[in-house]
Ligand binder design. Structure first.
Ligand code: ATP
Length: 291
């Protein structure tokens, strides 16, 4: 399976001069790309361009050397897409629903049934395929969403904000599923929650205000925050002051007060001690601290 997605100066304009995506360059191969960015960063717009549902206003995207705006069907044949607003039909059971979508994709008969069983198995829903979707939890619906995206065994799987509204257990299950799906395909998972991609991503891209602020390995992003992560303990009454003055990444209640974790150029307090950075710190440092 050949997997090369190249973005060259990709831009998208919703009109009135508002650039939702601005000059994005990336070369992607097999693996899991975690696309991080705050709400409104342009992630969904970029995902729609990559899924051939929107044409870039500027630049070009190629899949194995072919322009996806000119020859969208080449990519569509090997694309799985779980949109942010994925909906299911409550009156159908999971197997019927996937059967419907398989038929739309041109899969029918025995081959379709075998593929549906394999996809349900893959997402951990083999035993619930005959239950109505109306009875499914949010996490189970999202797994149905992944199952439909896997029907054609895609070489490119695009998953847009898949963990919104999931409880912590479902969220973790979903993260494990993405890790298992990697293999020799390219998975692009967009989210504004760093922990969603911590376990699975082999590469990280960070977008803010339409622009690509970072693209590299998690280790490279973490290395940028080295020497800029600090921890110390403050009385509870000072927490709001710390939050106002610094980029607070975490706070933890302890018997001695609140242990705060901050990203900052230099020591933010006389009592602050340096801490080893993690991905969450590095993301906060990139967006709020680094100059
Ligand atoms: N249909 C639209 N018409 C006009 N502007 C839009 C439209 N969709 C998105 N935008 C704007 O484009 C920018 C990028 O939005 P986009 O949805 O791509 O960001 P995002 O990173 O996916 O954020 P979110 O997670 O909130 O969806 C935002 O400023 C948004 O308001």
């Amino acid at each position: 399976m050949s997997v090369e997605l190249v973005l060259q100066s990709v831009g998208f304009d919703y009109g009135r001069g508002h650039r939702a995506v601005d000059g994005v360059d990336m070369r992607l191969g097999a693996g899991v790309l975690g696309l991080l960015g705050p709400n409104g960063a342009g992630k969904s717009t970029l995902m729609r361009i990559l899924a051939t549902l929107a044409k870039p206003s500027a630049g070009q995207v190629t899949w194995n050397g072919h322009d996806i705006a000119r020859e969208p069907n080449r990519l569509r044949a090997v694309l799985g897409y779980l949109p942010q607003d994925f909906g299911v039909y409550d009156a159908l059971d999971a197997r019927e629903f996937l059967g419907f979508l398989a038929a739309v994709k041109g899969l029918a008969g025995k081959a379709a049934r075998a593929r549906i069983d394999a996809c349900l198995e893959r997402v951990g829903l083999a035993d619930t395929g005959d239950r109505r979707l109306g009875q499914f939890s949010g996490g189970m619906r999202q797994r149905v969403g992944i199952a439909q995206a896997l029907l054609n065994d895609p070489a490119l799987l695009i998953v847009d904000e898949p963990t919104v509204g999931l409880d912590p257990d479902e969220r973790m299950r979903f993260q494990h599923l993405i890790t298992d799906l990697a293999g020799d395909r390219l998975v692009i998972l967009s989210t504004h929650i760093v922990s969603d991609v911590e376990a699975s991503a082999s590469a990280i891209a960070v977008m803010a205000a339409g622009q690509l602020r970072f693209h590299g390995t998690p280790g490279e992003l973490i290395a940028r925050a080295a020497g800029h992560v600090w921890e110390w303990t403050v009385p509870e009454a000072q927490l709001a002051t710390v939050r106002g003055a610094h980029t607070l990444v975490a706070s933890l209640r302890t018997p001695d007060g609140i242990r705060v974790r901050v990203v900052s150029e230099g020591a933010p307090d006389a009592h602050a001690q340096p801490a080893a950075p993690g991905l969450q710190d590095a993301y906060a440092w990139l967006l709020n601290g680094a100059h």
